[in-house]
Design a protein around this ligand. Structure first.
Ligand code: HPA
Ligand code: ZN
Length: 337
């Protein structure tokens, strides 16, 4: 089987995806019209032209502006449903999805409006496509610890719909240790902790995420590669890393995809996975990420298989579901030979 077809058709999970980052310009325009929101863009082309980023903050400014069109339960359903239809077509069978409630509650949109619209879509995806999902609620790290605690209180009121807590937004100057207490409380309440670390921030932020937040998965983690003892520790722990190649390229975390550390991560024994992060903003969904990085690094068939297999192994599925998903994946790989 040709590589693009193999990548497109292999079963896979996506573990690093911000649902607000799937807002395509066309949907942004139509929701702006539906909700009478004025955007600083006249056309879909104008929106696309704004997607030139020098760094994470450049992107975040555009990302928070874009999400201002999301206001009703139906809007959040439409957003997530558009993503899930694409995932069904890309042979994604399981998704673990971030959402940023503080990006909405700060604009007067109720937490329940966000969560109910999203869960409507994920429930329908299970029924219509068999896609399973888990939601991970992120704290915006540029905001205060108190605001994170307020957000956690909302999550505790609807615990059954939210699997984990994460940490995203502007990394530099906002170390994981700022959220040590709120993560401790979240863990106590039964939420699985993850955090963005080492995207722009130094290796010490990855260390803090491990030791202070006691995370169970590292989002991005690129800069951990600068610290050999940290690499050894991550590999030895078996902890997964959710790597986002096109995001790294577009936010200039790597100068060129050819310089991407993904192969080095695998060679070091890290359970690295491939993900799209904010596909509408970064030029591709999960299959596009596999294909782009496979071509840039000339990844072998075995490396691609390892990455996709890791997406199930590194997921938060229960052990029974995980075993079944890996067996189904291995069967596909055997048949595709
Ligand atoms: N990094 C940090 N915060 C984010 C990202 C990201 O890649 N995407 C959405 N929020
Ligand atoms: Zn991210």
């Amino acid at each position: 089987m040709e590589l693009p077809r193999f990548i497109a058709e292999m079963p896979k999970a996506e573990l690093h995806l911000h649902i607000e980052g799937t807002l395509e310009p066309e949907l942004m325009m139509s929701l702006a019209r539906r909700n009478n929101v004025t955007l600083p863009y006249a056309t879909v082309q104008d929106i696309r032209q704004a997607y030139e980023f020098d760094c994470l903050q450049d992107f975040l400014d555009v990302y928070y502006l874009g999400m201002s069109v999301l206001q009703t339960r139906q809007d959040f359903f439409d957003l997530a449903w558009a993503y899930l239809k694409k995932m069904a077509a890309q042979h994604v069978t399981h998704v673990e999805v971030f959402f940023d409630p503080q990006g909405h509650t700060s604009r007067g949109v109720a937490f329940d409006t966000v969560l109910s619209g999203l869960t409507d879509a994920f429930d329908k995806a299970k029924r219509d496509f068999g896609i399973t999902s888990k939601l991970i609620m992120c704290f915006l790290r540029h905001l205060s610890e108190d605001e994170a605690f307020d957000t956690l209180a909302h999550a505790c009121a609807c615990k059954s719909h939210i699997h984990g807590v994460g940490l995203d937004s502007s990394e530099s100057g906002h170390p994981p240790s700022k959220f040590r207490r709120v993560f401790a409380e979240a863990r106590e309440r039964g939420f699985t902790p993850v955090a963005h670390a080492g995207e722009e921030g130094p290796p010490s932020y990855v260390l803090e995420a491990l030791d202070d937040l006691r995370i169970e998965r590292i989002d991005h983690g690129n800069r951990a590669m600068e610290d050999a003892s940290l690499v050894k520790r991550i590999a030895g722990s078996g902890m997964a890393m959710t790597v986002c190649p096109l995001s790294n390229q577009r936010l200039q975390v790597v100068p060129d995809l050819k310089d991407h550390p993904l192969r080095r991560m695998l060679e070091a024994g890290i359970c690295a996975t491939v993900n799209s992060d904010d596909p509408s903003y970064f030029g591709g969904y999960v299959n596009d990420n596999y294909l782009a990085v496979a071509e840039a690094l000339n990844l072998s068939h075995a490396e691609i298989v390892q990455l996709a297999r890791n997406s199930f192994i590194g997921s938060f599925m229960n052990e029974t579901d995980k075993r079944a998903a890996v067996a189904h994946f291995d069967e596909f790989v055997d048949k595709a030979r």
